[in-house]
Design a protein around this ligand. Structure first.
Ligand code: KG4
Ligand code: ZN
Length: 387
């Protein structure tokens, strides 16, 4: 199949390279349990207009199993994606004919879900004869602040989600250097497991955060992971074990902790997790060189919605004379606006793949943004070894 014709709104860069300005991009996100679609316009000056942002999440689907079940998630995406895309179009007051390009998450994530979203993206791009951009979900998180806050490159990125915890230098579009990552669990995974141990249900992160309100963060003495080890790697498994031991020790006759004890342990865990994230991020800041373009710290991913973590990072930045940039909470957790935006950035930069290559693009369960630093092992996590 030949490359589709560019829509009328497309313009060309003065240097003659094919580029698109003022493009409306449909984003599709299905890499975990959220079924999401959004329409985002990237204006010629690089600013964003989020025309719609539809997300369908049903934690009840997975509640009985204590976590996301890949097969259930994939089936839900099949059933819901059409409706979610229709809602995104409707909210924006647009039709498929108004879309200049389609961007779909092509990985990393649960493979069944990624297949559903990417296949739908391919079908819409073919039907509308518009470009298709397969997007790395992590790049979606990484570039969100350029959509919400017009953040400029380069910046230090702390990416904290349910499947990933890493520190990267983001030097430009598609130009990422990894400084460190978790050697065991991801930060979000630790929040989810803590919620389970405290009987708070899922999604764990927001439940732990609200349980921690009114709790005493200094009540339980939790370990400081990797305290004696320099560098930018993370570890959450020791914290998780410590929380489990306390929860077992403090359990009442029903086998669970209750009342103020829950609030205090949630607050103590949240504080310890925030302290660890800030400590490792501080190491990365201290190692930043002039050419890294020091001065901007971006936090992204679902866990970046946590106010205690943002406040600890904000103090760190104040101490070091840096600026903290965090997207609004609804663009921290999985959404399709960030996928549409990553696609729009690639399109505008002339980095969208040839149409035939995009159609042939295979979904990826694993897709690192950048390789690990020399000699460093890749850590594990809920979705297997982490990117
Ligand atoms: O980015 P995301 O929506 O999905 C992945 O790409 O993994 O992140 C989901 C993770 C979950 O582990 C969830 O518990 C956590 O982000 N999370 C939070 C908060 N909101 C979501 N963790 C701590 N505090 C929150 N407020
Ligand atoms: Zn995510």
């Amino acid at each position: 199949m030949s490359k589709p014709l560019m829509a009328e709104t497309h313009t060309h860069k003065p240097n003659g390279g094919p580029a698109v300005a003022g493009a409306v991009v449909l984003g599709v996100e299905t890499s975990c349990d959220d079924t999401a679609a959004a329409l985002v316009r990237r204006r010629p000056d690089g600013s964003a207009e989020i025309l719609s942002n539809a997300v369908w999440t049903d934690h009840d689907d997975h509640a009985a199993f204590g976590g996301v079940v890949p097969e259930i998630a994939a089936r839900s995406h099949v059933e819901r994606l059409d409706h979610v895309i229709a809602r995104a179009l409707d909210e924006a007051g647009m039709a498929v004919a108004d879309i200049d390009a389609v961007a779909a998450t092509a990985g990393p994530g649960l493979i069944g879900g990624v297949m559903v979203g990417l296949t739908a993206g391919k079908a819409i791009a073919m039907a509308g004869a518009v470009p298709l951009i397969p997007v790395n979900h992590l790049e979606g998180h990484a570039l969100t602040v350029r959509m919400t806050d017009r953040a400029q490159f380069p910046f230090l990125l702390l990416l904290i989600s349910g499947g990933h915890t890493q520190l990267l230098w983001v030097r430009g579009l598609g130009d990422y250097r990894r400084l460190g990552a978790t050697i065991d669990d991801a930060a979000g995974e630790a929040f989810d497991k803590t919620a389970k141990l405290l009987g708070l249900g899922q999604p764990g992160g927001p439940r732990v955060e609200s349980a921690a309100t009114g709790g005493r963060a200094d009540r339980y003495d939790l370990p400081e992971p990797l305290k004696t080890r320099a560098g930018c790697d993370f570890s959450f498994s020791g914290l998780k074990t410590a929380v489990r031991e306390i929860a077992e020790r403090m359990a009442d006759e029903t086998g669970r902790m209750a009342g103020q004890d829950v609030a205090d342990l949630a607050a103590s865990f949240q504080h310890a997790a925030a302290r660890h994230l800030a400590q490792r991020t501080g190491n990365a800041m201290d190692a930043a060189s002039v050419e890294d373009g020091a001065g901007r710290l971006v936090v992204a991913g679902g866990v970046a919605a946590n106010c205690a973590i943002k406040s600890m990072l904000s103090s760190l930045c104040e101490c070091k004379g840096w600026r903290l940039i965090a997207p609004p909470a609804k663009y921290c957790t999985d959404n399709a606006a960030m996928i549409a935006w990553a696609g729009a950035e690639r399109l505008a930069a002339g980095m969208a793949p040839d149409f035939d290559d995009a159609l042939a693009f295979a979904p990826r369960a694993r897709w690192p943004l950048a390789p690990p630093p020399e000699g460093r092992a890749i850590g594990g996590g809920r979705k297997g070894p982490k990117a």
